[in-house]
Design a protein around this ligand. Structure first.
Ligand code: XUL
Ligand code: CO
Length: 439
């Protein structure tokens, strides 16, 4: 098989001084940070859909990027195999050891699900063959239950029992593929699990049906030996005007309500966090404090645009705060999937590599800086001090749930006048972050 990305070498670490566009400036896989190598901290993954399928098409124009990878016609099994060849060459050249996929990213979908499933068997055999002798494996798999017109009213949330069966069938097959390809996780992104208008929607009915579908997925997954995590990937809107998995807090509440919280964690995407009116760090913190930080879709939005732009991450400040949360949570059970695509005018093979080099370097730098912030200790020290009044006898009793309102009211009556609870020192703390980032 001939080389697809001709003239592009294996991407090596050359350090921040390097001006070589095809080299890492910060991602040094074997460098040890806080007791683990960068490679261990940062299990990076390639998103099959953006990297091997997306061709720059938008609502205003056709594709600008040739992703045929030498196949004589696109949308064929020949093309599906060319994408596998391209994907493995790409991952090897970048030193990426994981990929994520939707079922329909892998093969052309046929109207008859049996034909599609036979194609999926064939392509997954081909992928398994490619995996041999490499460290490359699946990070997570998922079923695309939003693209096909039958899902226009949702998948788990559909009004149609037939469509619900197709959603179940796709999940079953995608779980089979995930297990076959050694996947660490299985994702539910509720792309159309929401509503356009409440005038035609029975919200309780829809949410109960989504939960049932997830329960069946867990039962089936465990029965075929899937030991990994299921993930919900929250997103508040787009494509529907309201999606049920609005943000991490909402999704966690849903999982607990339906008894799914032991099998599920969150897959947090940066651009979805900002669409929900949160920071990326906020969504990671909410997941972490609930023991549900599973995996990350690493990308960033464009603050000038109000939708999911899926840019490659370049913002070192945000990546630092994200890695601060990840380090404090003790790492991820999943990984860092670049759910990111090149801009429409970045339409060459080199641009595909530049996108990943940017993203991997941004997270590597974020990791280095987050570790420095933790080692510096001023942020942690301030937070500890801020709550220190709870370290006294009364505070300890409150924390242990051993006080009554009457008792506390009596204490307030004794104190008489409210005390100043102390400065939040935000500007000082922001300057601490800057001093660590830019030292
Ligand atoms: C869509 C999105 C999806 C999921 C997988 O916004 O992020 O690509 O990651 O379905
Ligand atoms: Co995503």
């Amino acid at each position: 098989m001939s080389e697809i990305f001709q003239g592009i070498p294996e991407i090596k670490y050359e350090g921040p001084q390097s001006k070589n566009p095809l080299a890492f400036k910060y991602y040094d896989p074997e460098k040890v940070v806080m007791g683990k190598t960068m490679k261990e901290h940062l299990p990076f993954a390639m998103a099959w859909w953006h990297n091997l399928c997306a061709n720059g098409v938008d609502m205003f124009g056709v594709g600008t990027i040739d992703k045929s990878f030498g196949a004589s016609s696109v949308g064929t099994m020949e093309h599906a195999k060319a994408k596998v060849d391209a994907g493995f060459e790409f991952m090897k050249k970048l030193g990426i050891e994981y990929f994520c996929f939707h079922d329909v990213d892998l093969v052309p979908e046929d109207p008859d699900i049996n034909v599609t499933n036979a194609r999926l068997d064939e392509i997954s055999d081909y992928i398994l063959e490619k995996m041999k002798g490499t460290n490359i494996k699946c990070l997570w798999g998922t079923a695309n239950m939003f693209g096909n017109p039958k899902y226009m009213n949702g998948a788990g949330s559909t009004n149609s029992v037939d469509v619900y069966c197709f959603a179940a069938a796709q999940i079953k097959k995608a779980l089979d593929l995930t297990v076959k390809l050694g996947g660490r996780g299985y994702v539910f992104w509720g792309g159309r699990e929401g509503y356009e208008t409440l005038l035609n929607t029975d919200m309780k009915f829809e949410q109960e049906n989504i939960a049932s579908l997830m329960k069946m997925a867990v039962a089936y997954g465990r029965s075929i030996g899937f030991t990994g995590d299921f993930y919900i990937e929250p997103k508040p809107k787009e494509p529907t005007s309201h999606q049920y998995d609005f943000d991490a807090a909402t999704a966690i509440g849903f999982l607990r309500q339906y008894g799914l919280d032991k099998d599920f964690k969150m897959n947090i995407e940066a651009n979805h966090a900002t669409l929900a009116g949160h920071s990326f760090q906020h969504e990671l913190r909410v997941s972490a404090i609930n023991g549900m930080l599973g995996s990350i879709d690493a990308n960033q939005g464009n603050s000038l645009l109000g939708w999911d732009t899926d840019n490659f991450p370049s913002n070192v400040y945000d990546a630092t705060m994200a890695m601060y949360e990840v380090l404090k949570a003790g790492g991820l059970t999943g990984g860092f999937n670049f759910d990111a695509k090149n801009r429409r005018p970045s339409n060459t093979y080199e641009d595909m590599f530049y996108g990943f080099i940017l993203g991997m370097d941004t997270f590597a730098l974020g990791l280095i800086k987050a570790a420095e912030l933790i080692e510096d200790g001023r942020l942690d020290g301030f937070v500890k001090e801020r709550y220190s009044s709870f370290e006294g006898e009364l505070g300890k009793k409150i924390r242990a749930g051993e006080t009554t309102l009457e008792e506390l009211a009596a204490k307030a009556a004794e104190i008489k006048v409210t005390k100043n609870p102390g400065s939040g020192r935000q500007e000082y703390l922001e300057s601490v972050v800057n001093s660590v980032l830019f030292k």
